[in-house]
Design a protein around this ligand. Structure first.
Ligand code: GLU
Length: 434
């Protein structure tokens, strides 16, 4: 068997297109068939190289490899040849305006398909007007080029969004007119936005490349796309592409529309971030840190980066969020959140900070456990509760009111940076507005 994904490079690859591609790919890999990528670039004014590049890059990034790649723009002669044959047979005619457009004479009949998802669908083609096959600029229309290619390329199953159902009868009559046998059709239900309507930009209709730059892992995104209209069963939600191949069948796709749920995608991404392993995660986070000018090209402390990463791995939902959380560890001067600044300045703790800083400076084993011991000892000596000291200290060291465990944070920050930041905090207390 052979399937195809046929994007038009007139826009970026979005969630819907990626899901269609994934279902085709999974079906081909599950059945040992082949998967064709066909670029439907017949509209030469709307097709753009930048879209094409993004589509190819995003598919590769998602791990959806193709066995053949075709461009419709290179096949205009084929379409014109077949249109000429239909003209000669009287099944098509030339437009009366002399423009050279070729028009298909729509037969009056009942066309029928046995859809793999929706079952039997019948269409009355008498309600459809004659169809243009070749436009006046000699480029083919979508329905015509699609049928010519699906037949020429030996496509056995057409899996696409059910927004194409209205095109299906126009294609069925062309198959018959050309003497080709019909492929099987599987029209997958649309993806709705959170509000129930069409997916809008706010409700997730964003280019796959944008998800990549927000810091979604390709494995998480592909896993999420699978769940938009299919389920591996047993309430399983986390599934790799490889395991999905073993279980996938297009007949099991849902009959009703799926709803895009950003929170679910974020949750899945956080699961993949947690389990992908320190080595891979470091590799993934580096471009995000570079992008934020937090580390320089090939000149950064890998061990330190890995340690900082570990502090935030548990909670991050995206790589972007992770890199933002890591920022305080890579800047010279702490930037305070408004709340952190208030909390930090509420009480003059320069004396306590001074004592604590000196003790930290004298430590040889700068581990979280040792830091905690010293910290509690100093608080007790000074008659302060740990709370009184811990929140201002967190603000002074990270600029934030929340974050990972305080003692782990200090251990990762290291003795030198900790002492330096506390010295700066003491200066800030001295200039505190009263
Ligand atoms: N180029 C069409 C699209 O992007 C392909 C539709 C089909 O799969 O037949 O919608």
């Amino acid at each position: 068997m052979k399937v195809r994904f046929a994007p038009s490079p007139t826009g970026f690859l979005h969630i819907g297109g990626a899901r269609t591609c994934l279902f085709n790919w999974l079906y081909a890999r599950a059945k040992g068939g082949s998967f064709i990528l066909r670029i439907e670039d017949t509209d030469q004014s709307r097709s753009k190289k930048e879209y094409l590049d993004e589509i190819l890059f995003s598919l590769a990034w998602l791990g959806l490899d193709w066995d053949e790649l075709h461009y419709q723009s290179q096949r205009f002669d084929v379409y014109r040849g077949i249109a000429k044959k239909l003209l000669e047979e009287g099944r098509a005619y030339l437009a009366e305006d002399g423009s050279g457009a070729v028009i298909f004479r729509m037969p009056q009949k009942t066309a029928e398909i046995d859809d793999m998802i929706h079952g039997r669908i019948t269409f009355d083609t008498g309600l459809i007007k004659d169809q243009v096959l070749i436009k006046s600029d000699q480029s083919p229309t979508y329905n015509f080029a699609c049928v010519v290619d699906d037949a020429a390329m030996g496509i056995t199953h057409i899996i696409r969004g059910d927004d194409h159902i209205s095109n299906t009868p126009k294609q069925v009559v062309l198959y018959e007119a050309l003497g080709y046998s019909l492929p099987r059709f599987a029209h997958i239900p649309m993806i709705l936005g959170a509000g129930g309507g069409r997916m809008s930009k706010r409700a997730g209709a964003t280019a796959i490349s944008e998800y990549r730059s927000m810091g979604f892992l390709s494995e998480a995104l592909v896993n999420y796309l699978m769940l938009l209209g299919w389920s591996p069963g047993n309430n399983q939600e986390i599934i790799s592409l490889k395991d999905a191949v073993a279980k996938f069948d297009i007949c099991d796709a849902n009959k009703t529309a799926a709803t895009f749920d950003m929170n679910k995608l974020l949750w899945l991404n956080s699961q993949y971030i947690k389990t992908c392993g320190a080595g891979k995660l470091t590799e993934l986070i580096v471009p995000f840190l570079k992008d934020r000018n937090l580390i320089a090209d090939n000149n950064f402390d890998g061990k330190f980066t890995g340690n900082v990463l570990q502090l935030f791995t548990e909670r991050a939902q995206t790589l972007g969020e992770l890199a933002d959380a890591m920022k305080p560890f890579f800047v010279k001067d702490v930037e305070f959140d408004v709340h952190a600044k208030e909390k930090f300045l509420a009480q003059d703790l320069s004396g306590a900070f001074g004592t604590l800083k000196d003790r930290f400076a004298g430590m040889s084993d700068f581990s979280a456990a040792e830091i905690e011991r010293v910290f509690r000892q100093v608080a007790e000596e000074l008659g302060l509760t740990t709370k009184q000291l811990i929140h201002p200290l967190r603000a002074a060291l990270s600029g934030k009111t929340v974050g990972p465990g305080m003692f782990e944070l200090i251990a990762v920050l290291g003795r030198e940076r900790t002492v330096e930041r506390m010295e700066r905090a003491i200066q800030l207390y001295k200039h505190r507005p009263v």
